[in-house]
Design a protein around this ligand. Structure first.
Ligand code: SF4
Length: 467
């Protein structure tokens, strides 16, 4: 039995992915998410399924579950977690797939994704966190908002005439034939938490035994947007919320269901490419290519709008054309508020274990916050290229080989400051020795169709190459 006051072993010991505070979560004091995370982690650890479990996070207050759960995690676009979880479940039949979604995410933006995953009876467990509003974005009305409840977008309270009735997702999903387990629990008091533990364990056992789809709606307090003290918020669930959303098991067919096994299909990529009319010429063998290190970890960082995501994408596509293994991971949205958008690109001849770039061996910093944030992470044998047109102060604790590249000025001479990222592409291609100039020019010819635009970008890449 998990010790209630101890951190679960299914959590990371320290939350290394959470740069500001590595010991605490980002949830507000008194929020129900923290309790739910703890119950899930405890049960995953107790069932010994941690190595099989793959979490899919939403957009919403649950967006950062990958900071906390020590397991494989994927982030889905808003409302798409059930669809992403379907893909993961189908391609990993031995995995245990957890989709974690809030009410804005699942019951509004992603309703169709959620319903159809349930109706197909996918092997996955879905946690639907119902706190009656959109939490992360400041407390707007959600489909689950109670009649009369005031939110930032229903200041006079929800009215059925204007907004319809609160959506009872568990009852809707429970009405479908395919789901194996459908229940509603609460995390607002010890009695409800004890019941939630049992139901969540049951749902995870169903996943372990491959018995199909489980949906657990979790009534969760949001003291911040409800504008209540944590204790009042917990009481409000008992006194008001449960009247609209009664707690209990709506459907449990686990004992009568057989395992649902879907064999993984082998993809025929050549047939798919032919169907799409893509060029199927035999790619260059990656064996013939030399990389400066076995696995190249690029970090491209700057302000949103400086083209750092497309710069990463260009590096990824060029590498793919050479038949190398590639991952491209953009970072923006909630993480952009500090002024830094970035993309991580990993390039290798071998399969890549993780798309995360924690210690870049090539850093491109187009603005000062990026250089200050990522520069110290580059090791001694790494390469740091910074945009000296915009950065006039360089941190003193940099270990890597530092190059000042006036990318914006060179791009302006080429025709537009927007081509600064292409200047950088030319520079790093030469510095790393990964691509030659003719290859870059051919590549730009494929992506810029308008002659005038192509001309500017060819000038920009040559300026970077010769800088
Ligand atoms: S806004 Fe609400 S749901 Fe989001 S973390 Fe804070 S209390 Fe929790």
């Amino acid at each position: 039995m998990a010790k209630v006051f101890e951190k679960s072993t299914a959590f990371f010991e320290t939350f290394e992915r959470k740069p500001s505070m590595q010991k605490t979560t980002h949830y507000c004091p008194g929020c129900g998410h923290g309790t739910l995370n703890k119950i899930i982690a405890d049960q995953v650890a107790e069932l010994g399924i941690q190595d099989q479990t793959i979490y899919v996070g939403p957009v919403g207050c649950g967006v950062f579950i990958y900071y906390y759960f020590a397991g494989a995690c994927a982030s889905a676009a808003h409302g798409r977690a059930s669809a992403v979880a379907t893909g993961i479940s189908r391609s990993n039949p031995d995995g245990i797939v957890v989709s974690y979604q809030g009410d804005g995410d699942l019951a509004a933006i992603g309703t169709s994704n959620a319903i159809h995953a349930a109706n197909r009876g996918e092997n996955m467990i879905v946690f639907f966190v119902n706190n009656n509003l959109y939490g992360m974005t400041g407390g707007q009305l959600a489909p689950t908002t109670l009649l009369g409840q005031k939110t930032t977008t229903s200041p006079n309270g929800r009215s059925e005439k204007n907004d319809g009735f609160p959506l009872r997702m568990a009852e809707m999903i429970g009405g479908l034939e395919a789901p194996t387990l459908v229940a509603r629990v609460g995390v607002n008091n010890p009695k409800n938490i004890r019941q939630a533990v049992k139901v969540i364990r049951r749902g995870l056992e169903i996943q372990r035994d491959k018995k199909g789809y489980a949906f657990i709606e979790v009534l969760s307090q949001c003291p911040t947007n409800w504008k209540k003290a944590p204790q009042q918020a917990c009481e409000w669930i008992d006194d008001v919320v449960c009247k609209q959303y009664p707690i209990g098991v709506i459907k449990d067919l686990a004992d009568e269901r057989a395992p649902l096994l879907r064999p993984r299909e082998k993809a025929n990529f050549a047939a798919v490419a032919k169907q799409l009319g893509l060029d199927c010429e035999v790619p260059v063998s990656s064996e013939d290519i030399s990389l400066p290190s076995e696995e190249m970890h690029f970090k491209f960082a700057g302000f949103g709008g400086q083209g750092v995501l497309s710069l990463g994408m260009m590096m990824a596509k060029l590498s793919m054309q050479r038949n190398l293994e590639v991952t491209w991971l953009p970072s923006y949205g909630p993480e952009m508020r500090g002024g830094v958008a970035n993309s991580s690109v990993v390039v290798s001849k071998n399969p890549i274990g993780s798309p995360v770039v924690a210690k870049p061996n090539v850093l491109i910093a187009l603005n000062r916050p990026s250089l200050e944030k990522f520069g110290p992470l580059v090791p001694e044998n790494g390469l740091i290229v910074y945009n000296s047109s915009l950065i006039d102060q360089v941190p003193t604790d940099l270990k890597g080989q530092v190059h000042a590249l006036p990318a914006t000025d060179l791009a302006a001479v080429a025709g537009t400051v927007k081509a600064a990222n292409v200047v950088v592409l030319g520079f790093i291609a030469r510095k790393t020795g990964m691509f030659d100039l003719a290859e870059l020019e051919k590549f730009l010819g494929e992506i810029f169709e308008k002659p005038a635009l192509l001309e500017i970008n060819l000038k920009a890449v040559r300026a970077g190459w010769t800088a």
